[in-house]
Design a protein around this ligand. Structure first.
Ligand code: FES
Ligand code: FES
Length: 211
């Protein structure tokens, strides 16, 4: 399996099968699948490489701005944001790349998703919000401000994912209990173990938003 950052999703067909397996396959997966099936039918490695070398233009609505990129159909939203836009959108972090950690969480039409499991072509015509779109250093949203005030991070790699998940959750449930916050964050992992402060920050943000 290729582990390079730029080419992390070069390890198809494993990713293709995985995306299909978890039910993420949409139009983009169908395009990629078609290309693979055609090449595989010819049983020709050169044809496979050629088929997969094609690119498509994607236009993404990222934090209220139209952003264009030329990517292979199998390119994930995470890879596109981080590696195919200029300037890059690097808030969503690449950690596991297989939908287990939540570091890559973005909002797709206001719902949290793992952007490493969404193809860029499937994110077209949807509103994409990354942690950068929630607030700015000068004007952070309530969750971002609460993370700073509660010292809710160590290495910070998981932080954009938590902030994004919690920001979306508090819109749905502005007055959550600790148990509800914990449940809402169950798709996000923090390897530094800052969970208590993350949950404190979430509750503080909820309280602050109501004040
Ligand atoms: S990088 Fe996407 S879930 Fe871990
Ligand atoms: S602060 Fe390091 S992984 Fe969460």
């Amino acid at each position: 399996m290729t582990k390079s950052r730029e080419g992390r999703d070069d390890h198809d067909p494993g990713r293709r099968k995985f995306l299909k397996g978890v039910g993420i396959a949409g139009a983009g997966a169908a395009i990629a699948d078609h290309l693979w099936t055609e090449a595989e039918a010819k049983n020709d490695p050169a044809a496979t490489a050629e088929s997969l070398s094609g690119t498509v233009k994607v236009v993404l609505d990222v934090n209220g701005q139209k952003r264009e990129a030329q990517v292979e159909p199998r390119t994930t939203l995470l890879n596109t944001l981080r590696n195919h836009l200029e300037p890059a959108v690097t808030g969503p972090k690449l950690v596991c790349d297989v939908g287990t950690c939540g570091a890559c969480t973005v909002l797709l039409d206001d719902k949290p998703v793992y952007s490493c499991l969404v193809l860029a072509v499937d994110a077209m015509n949807k509103k994409i919000t990354t942690v950068e779109g929630l607030g700015t250093p000068e004007k952070p949203n309530a969750v971002q401000a609460a993370f700073v005030q509660n010292d809710a991070l160590m290495c910070g790699f998981c932080t954009p994912g938590f902030v994004t998940t919690i920001s979306a959750y508090l819109k749905k449930n502005p007055n959550p209990s600790l148990a509800e916050v914990r449940e809402a964050c169950k798709g996000n992992f923090c390897r530094c173990g800052t969970y208590p402060r993350v949950f404190e920050a979430a509750l503080a943000a909820a309280k602050g938003s109501q004040a």
